[in-house]
Design a protein. Sequence first.
Length: 230
Amino acid sequence: MSNLAIIPARGGSKRIPRKNIKDFLGKPIIAYSIEAALKSDLFDEVMVSTDDKEIAEIAIKYGAKVPFLRSGKNADDYATTVDVLIEVIEKYKAQGRTFENIACLYPSAPFTTSKKLKEAYTILISKRLDAVFPVMPFSFPIQRSLKMNEGKLEYFYPEFENSRSQDLEKAYHDAGQFYFINTSNLLINKSILSKNTGAILITELEAQDIDNETDWKIAEIKYELLQSTK
């Protein structure tokens, strides 16, 4: 069975400049995703999809392939992850190479591990799913969420105002780390989440959304804490 790891890493990060190659505890953050994919031994090839030559050089240094640069069309602020994945699949196909499954690993997700990749792959294959990815529970019931309306608070769902938290259905969100996907189904669905998508559950300590410098510092603290408990 053939598998391809795709790490999408464009050069135009706005909120944290050069985010995908910024130093994270001693090495470029993208290196963590590359190393996790390589260590898993699941992939025929680990590649980085980028429009940036410096990112390409760093990716190659840490063991990834960069067989082609990403198109300008899929390197702007509006290109989706699915757009990028399909472009990579089509470019490999033009070279006469196809892969039964792909894994999309985000470049700024240092909490991704080879163990998680293996777990997701096992579920994908054994349950014949379209895709599998890590999710984590919301820390507070979304049914009790609030919104601002002209400076005043309102419930999104007033019908749950007096409901006990333990009686509300658990809700989860994408951990933003990676997706393991059946290639054929991705090309058909044009979406990662289908009615046949599974998940692996992770804790709040095992992930961190990194959108600003404060997030970055929190991620480093979490990462070091996880390493100290191993």
